[in-house]
Design a protein around this ligand. Sequence first.
Ligand code: AMP
Length: 372
Amino acid sequence: MNIIKLHDLYFKPFITKEEVAGIVKSLAKQVKNDLPKDEIPVFVGILNGCFLFAADFIREFNGNCEVSFVKLASYEGTTSTANVKQLVGLNEDLTGRTVIILEDIIDTGATLQEIYNIFSDKKVKQLKVATLFFKPEVFKKELPIAYIGKSIKDKFIVGYGLDYDGLGRNIAAIYQQTTPPKMKNIVLFGPPGAGKGTQATLLKEKYDLVHISTGDVFRYNIKNKTELGVLAKTYMDAGNLVPDEVTINMLKAEVDKNANAKGFIFDGFPRTASQAIALDAFLAEKGAQINGMIALEVSEDLLVERLLERGKTSGRADDTDEEKIRNRFNEYNTKTAILKDFYQEKGTYHGVNGVGTIEDITESLSAVFDTL
Ligand code: AMP
């Protein structure tokens, strides 16, 4: 799950769709348990925000009931306004009925007050309110709320029917407003030998970024004979990938060492789909994201040549033997190349020709970076 932008604001993942489903189920169960066996309640949803909640709640309730809606509006932008307007009223006769109000969220209570006003002369048998979310810090009224799905902090949320100026209702999970991402992060992508290391060093200087090469971190650990180094060495020497869990934990630790970074260049990471998913989730927790994957595109034959050449001076065991090099390409093609699709689907993949002078390639990369 990523940071998302709606109009001018940013939102980070807050409550998963699975958790939301669990809350709705439990609310429906509580309401059902509290009703006399033969009672047919009238559920009244408060539009627009409740439409998904009401639909799911009624299915979970799974019993005879009537359903109606009223439409009220209390929001302008992200702040609750005191003037609640009733836009579409109730016209059915509710005399003697049990009415359960379905609200997506209650914060100041202004809407709730209006609901109690609307129902004051309807001669109902009982009126109960079930809300999916509740913001106790800002609730100013002394009005009863019979069922609360989840109490949350006073931060603006969207998703599962809730909107920000019209957008966000379709999102299955709940997202919470967050500060605009301060960092600009890129994944520098390409097969082994494409020139990621060289270009990362230049871009890092130019844009004052932190460069994390997982290959370099592993080699540093091997050189210093750390526990991580010993573990990684066998995989690396053979040109195999180090297991995801080890790599992901190492990457997180490297990011956390640079809390004030303006941004990161990830080089050699992610290399598998699960690394990419872990990276998104990890950055989203920090209110950050991958702004783009920039890939250096170079043909494989040219790369083998380059790597064998590099092997003469780099001292890297995985650069000197054509078979090991081919194995690294095999790992790249079977596990890593799919990441192109991963970022392409998000619209954040940018290919750059990786053949040419170092300066020209830096310029092409910068041209993409500046647009992110
Ligand atoms: P590199 O310097 O990026 O070519 O990486 C050299 C070797 O380090 C790879 O062949 C892997 O054995 C290991 N390695 C580097 N990054 C990763 C990663 N993200 N996941 C798994 N293994 C990695």
